[in-house]
Design a protein around this ligand. Structure first.
Ligand code: 13P
Length: 252
């Protein structure tokens, strides 16, 4: 059984002005000159999508951090999956823990957003992860598997679905789970995917996210059933992000 091709994705969150476009050009050049054994994606704020897509940096796909569940209408300030797709983006993150916490997004909402993304032909990157209280209570597996089951829409297929396991307590903190803990959760995620998609579940990418940086990428990305990373802070600078991408040079 061969693992799916890894994806190293950057989530810029609410960071990046027009001048940050130079980081994408730098990243594209680094990949051109030194290579990349994984797929590479950057999800900037909506305001930068068009600028970054226009760069035509062929080694770096551009995606979005969220979308509305509806395609159009009276939703002031929101952006639809169709609008994102119209700009040429094929990936949309949904259900990030910051959206679940800051905007009260439930599994039901996340599922509707993932369905919206998939309905326009995009791949939904569905984020799940436990809080520190849930982990301390021994409930990490229960929470994560329940989130996945409730957040994957009927429209999900192997080709349009990616799961990102991001323990809430590891995001932006510098703390990461042990490789053993990551392996345990990713195996549980894999089992949910196999139960839902049969053998195809083996081909769905499961990303790890939470304080991934160049110095820990090799260890985390080498864990079984980890098929890439979702990176926040360390994706903002091309050199830092390339340090994570190049971990795949050493992974068979
Ligand atoms: P950090 O890499 O900054 O911990 O953020 C992870 C994350 O939330 C990516 O979506």
């Amino acid at each position: 059984m061969t693992a799916p091709k890894a994806l190293v994705a950057g989530n810029w969150k609410m960071n990046g002005l027009k001048a940050s476009a130079s980081e994408i050009s730098k990243l594209n050049t680094l990949i051109l000159e030194k290579g990349a054994k994984c797929d590479v994606l950057i999800c900037p704020p909506y305001t930068m999508i068009n600028i970054l897509v226009s760069l035509k940096a062929i080694n770096v796909s551009i995606g979005a951090q969220d979308c509305h569940m509806n395609m159009s209408g009276a939703h002031t300030g929101d952006i639809s999956a169709e609008m994102i797709s119209d700009l040429g983006c094929d990936f949309i993150i949904v259900g990030h823990s910051e959206r679940r916490a800051d905007h009260g997004e439930t599994n039901e909402i996340v599922k509707a957003k993932a369905a919206a993304a998939q309905s326009v032909g995009a791949t939904a990157i569905i984020c799940v992860g436990e809080t520190i209280e849930e982990r301390k209570a021994g409930k990490a597996l229960e929470i994560v598997t329940a989130q996945i089951k409730a957040s994957i829409p009927e429209s999900a297929k192997v080709e349009n679905t990616i799961i990102a396991y991001e323990p809430v307590w590891a995001i932006g903190t510098g703390h990461t789970p042990t490789a053993g803990d990551v392996e345990e959760v990713h195996l549980a995620v894999r089992e949910v995917l196999r139960a839902r998609f049969g053998d195809g579940g083996n081909n769905i990418r499961i990303l790890y996210g939470g304080s991934v940086k160049a110095s820990n990428a090799l260890e985390l990305m080498s864990v079984k059933n980890v098929n890439g990373a979702l990176v926040g802070g360390a994706s903002l600078k091309a050199e830092d992000f390339y340090g994570i991408i190049s971990a795949y040079d050493k992974i068979g």
